[in-house]
Design a protein. Structure first.
Length: 284
């Protein structure tokens, strides 16, 4: 009876850990999708607005957000008035986007996004933690989800044939829109080619995580993978750390495993492959 209880306790422990990792996977994936929806609106919205708005000197900046599930990219003037709103359908098709160039005040919801964006911009300009590399720029992505206010800062590149991971940051705000934490999500900038001169079109990729607080794949990784998927055609992507292995596939499914369990699983697969031909010979 004692041994049975021990076995049940071990099984329950494994079950709880598996449930926790599944919950963590969903949280990260959902946050990454939210980032993607914001950035996708910004990518397409910027092109549409610049094509239709001629007074470039009046532009103060932009940000994107979800308004009751509708992705919107909003441009504001230097006098802090809304000067352009681009609303998108779920497929983000620019042809189906609605452009409104009416000048107006921010809504209360937009004011919250604008405030944390501007506060983040001040921090970026004054905190030496932020780096800008050649042919890159920092994209400010305000996000308010589950009553939590954050600004992600991603690195965008003007160079072709590459996907940039890393050199990304997270600024967390309190309910007074004051910054309470500023942190790096990756230790450096990671550049991966889409088409490699030696091997041709790449089908997947991998990079490692060393920052203690970000041992899993990050929401910014998910966002980047989704944004570039139509260019890369990658079937999957993996991040590895001393604690976790995170595996993402092109159907936007995410699995997070403990590194030790991943290693055991991989070793078992390799062992079975080696043993299989021997067992087949014996049967013959």
């Amino acid at each position: 009876m004692k041994h049975l209880l021990i076995v049940l306790a071990v099984l329950f422990s494994f079950f709880v850990k598996a449930q926790n990792l599944e919950k963590l996977s969903k949280e990260i994936n959902d946050e990454g999708i939210a980032l993607y929806r914001s950035e996708m609106a910004s990518w397409n919205g910027t092109d549409i607005f610049i094509e239709n708005y001629k007074n470039r000197e009046n532009i103060g900046g932009y940000f994107s957000y979800l308004d009751n599930g509708i992705p919107k990219c909003l441009f504001f003037s230097k006098t802090e008035k809304v000067i352009g709103t681009i609303s998108f359908p779920a497929n983000y098709n620019p042809k189906d986007a609605k452009l409104d160039l009416t000048e107006r005040n921010f809504t209360p919801q937009e004011t919250e996004y604008f405030t944390i964006r501007q506060n983040a911009l001040k921090i970026i300009k004054n905190d030496i933690i932020f780096k800008v590399y050649k042919d890159t720029s920092l994209n400010i992505v305000p996000l308010i989800r589950n009553n939590v206010r954050k600004v992600y800062v991603l690195t965008g590149s003007s160079a072709g044939n590459i996907v940039v991971f890393g050199n990304d940051y997270l600024i967390t705000f309190d309910h007074n829109n004051e910054a309470i934490n500023v942190e790096k999500l990756h230790n450096s900038m990671i550049v991966q080619k889409i088409n490699d001169e030696k091997i041709g079109q790449t089908i997947s990729g991998v990079h490692s995580h060393v920052i203690e607080n970000w041992q899993t794949i990050t929401p910014t990784d998910i966002c980047t993978l989704m944004l570039y998927q139509k260019f890369t055609g990658w079937e999957g992507y993996t991040t590895v750390s001393k604690k976790f292995v995170s595996i993402w596939n092109s159907n936007n499914k995410l699995v997070i495993m403990k590194t030790e369990n991943f290693k055991d699983m991989t070793e078992n697969i390799l062992r079975n492959k080696k043993e299989k031909p021997q067992s087949e010979n014996k049967e013959k």
